[in-house]
Design a protein around this ligand. Structure first.
Ligand code: NAD
Length: 161
């Protein structure tokens, strides 16, 4: 998406208050982007937008639910490619976030430590590891990448082969 008032790209990130969304919003907080931060966690979302602005970037927080349902990446890439729009997905391995550490959802700290042993890269992922790949995928460096879902898991999925 491009902002009609300037050459700045506009990036909307849902769930940007904590975890991978937060790291990704901050990674897009460079001069070329305006970041629209959304999260149902109002204070966390506002704090991320403020951090981006304090670092010299441009950001606005919307306290809203996810803005739409993102359809299959391949279908969007086929449908929108001729309009200059690319669609790509990111598949994750084990990433150290509140969700991954929570009692309710997942592995807790001990579980995350245990799961890191068979990961070829030797550790679980950090939110920033995801953010760097996402910003690359959105950048012009990836201008010919479309319709792909990239698995970013430190090699976990191939470790048994
Ligand atoms: N962390 C992992 O290891 C892992 C692995 C596989 C997949 N994932 C997926 O990646 C995504 C991000 O994971 P995370 O670990 O950063 O999660 P997280 O729980 O740390 O952060 C999720 C954020 O989304 C926000 N959110 C939830 N519902 C929303 C809504 N309707 N509208 C706007 N915001 C909403 C939450 O408030 C929270 O800020 C999730 O979909 C998760 O299932 C995570």
């Amino acid at each position: 998406m491009r902002n009609s008032n300037s050459d700045r790209k506009v990036v909307l990130i849902t769930g940007a208050g904590i975890g991978i969304g937060r790291a990704t919003a901050k990674a897009f907080g460079a001069p070329d982007y305006t970041v629209l931060v959304t999260d149902v966690l109002h204070e966390e979302g506002e704090a991320v937008a403020a951090e981006i602005r304090d670092a010299g970037g441009s950001a606005t927080h919307y306290s809203a639910a996810k803005a739409g349902v993102v359809g299959p990446v391949r279908g969007l890439a086929v449908e929108l490619g001729r309009h200059g729009i690319r669609a790509n997905g990111l598949a994750l391995g084990f990433i150290r976030t509140a969700q991954a550490l929570s009692e309710q959802h997942s592995k807790r700290a001990a579980g995350l430590a245990a799961v890191s042993a068979p990961i070829p890269r030797g550790r679980v992922g950090e939110p920033e590891d995801m953010a760097d790949v996402i910003t690359f995928m959105a950048s012009d460096k990836a201008r010919y990448l479309s319709g792909q879902t990239i698995l970013v898991d430190g090699g976990f999925a191939i470790q048994s082969h």
